[in-house]
Design a protein around this ligand. Structure first.
Ligand code: NAD
Length: 321
């Protein structure tokens, strides 16, 4: 088996590689060539940690395996380590033998950013000019950096529950040469694309904050009970997701479904848009909404491409296991 340590990932994986791997796997899922296993996520009753497994099998990309990991809220304070910790394990689909172990922290940020970027590519208006960010934590920086590559954005506007964190995303906008402005939530009406990436359990983005024609990528809700958006917004929007089963159980759609505002059949696969079997956005006034719940197959696809690059560059550590 090969080991690719966390410290090697930054130099190996480009945003473009992550984007391609995620776009391909969403397409494969929608064709029925790849499927995710049910997610296990447990509050382990220690360190307030949430721990679990996301796995799957992609027959098109021949990737089998799982990502193990979760969220340790006290890591930064106590250990100087980021709060999300994960590792990907890949297995040989022909034999079941473990084939690789790959650091999953940066990989998770890049594959999550790639997912919202894929949604922007396929669903946002081509003339989108104002990028809106709700959230300014660890993931938000990756989200913004990747999103800014998808359209000719002229301005970034940002809101965060903890305003002192806004410089995190202002820095990314500045690096990309795009002006940044901190706004009240009401100011989000100016945005053509909104990414929401927070850990809240109570909705902050209301229907009145989003203008007709906007594309919203809701990326923070990945657990039962979390909620970033007012349910009325999902009722107004055309809703897309990475995987319908996750969207309606642990994603943003869980709340709109429970409230009876939308049905499971109203939640569409982004992969169908990529494959051309769903038209995607059909008018400039339509609100499109991507419920990005984060699927194991994203991790496996990106990990598999990292392993190939690491072997080619002589960085992968080979272990007789
Ligand atoms: P973080 O701890 O670095 O940042 C948390 C963010 O949420 C900050 O912007 C913070 O101000 C905001 N926030 C906290 N409490 C809030 C509240 N009550 N109301 C509004 N905003 C609040 O976390 P992170 O690593 O950036 O992760 C953000 C979220 O993204 C988490 O919920 C995480 O589980 C989720 N996530 C999703 C995926 C996916 O694939 N969809 C992948 C990774 C992380």
């Amino acid at each position: 088996m090969y080991i690719v340590p966390e410290k090697e990932i930054a130099a190996l994986l480009t945003r473009a590689d992550a984007f391609t791997a995620v776009e391909n796997v969403f397409a494969a899922m929608s064709k029925g060539d790849a499927y995710n296993f049910p997610v296990i996520r447990e509050a382990i009753g220690y360190e307030n940690a949430l721990y679990g497994f996301k796995g799957g099998f992609d027959k098109a990309g021949m990737a089998l395996g799982l990502k193990a990991g979760g969220y340790w809220p006290n890591n930064m304070e106590k250990h100087g380590a980021i709060n999300h910790q994960s590792t990907v394990f890949l297995f040989d689909p022909d034999t079941g033998k473990v084939s690789a172990m790959v650091g999953g922290n940066l990989l998770t940020a890049l594959r999550t950013a790639a997912a919202s970027s894929v949604s922007i590519k396929h669903l946002a208006r081509k003339d989108a000019k104002v990028m809106g960010m709700v959230g300014a934590g660890h993931q938000a920086t990756f989200q913004l950096r990747a999103a800014l590559e998808q359209r000719e954005f002229e301005k970034v506007i940002g809101w965060n529950y903890h305003p002192e964190m806004l410089p995190n995303i202002e820095k990314i906008a500045n690096e990309a040469g795009v002006p940044f402005e901190a706004v009240a939530l009401e100011g989000m009406v100016e945005a053509d694309v909104v990414i929401s990436i927070t850990s809240t359990f109570a909705p902050t983005v209301m229907a009145k904050h989003i203008s007709p024609g906007t594309h919203v990528a809701c990326m923070g809700t990945d657990t039962k009970g979390k909620q970033e958006l007012e349910t009325a917004l999902l009722a107004q929007a055309t809703v897309f997701t990475d995987e319908v089963a996750q969207s309606i159980s642990i994603g943003e759609a869980q709340h709109a479904i429970a409230a009876g505002l939308i049905k499971q059949s109203d939640v569409n696969e982004l992969g169908a848009v990529i494959n051309g079997t769903h038209p995607g956005r059909t008018s400039d006034d339509e609100i499109t909404l991507f419920d990005g719940t984060g699927v194991g197959l994203q991790d496996l696809a990106v990990a598999a491409s990292i392993v190939k690059l690491a072997i080619a560059q002589g960085i992968a550590i080979e272990v007789d296991f």
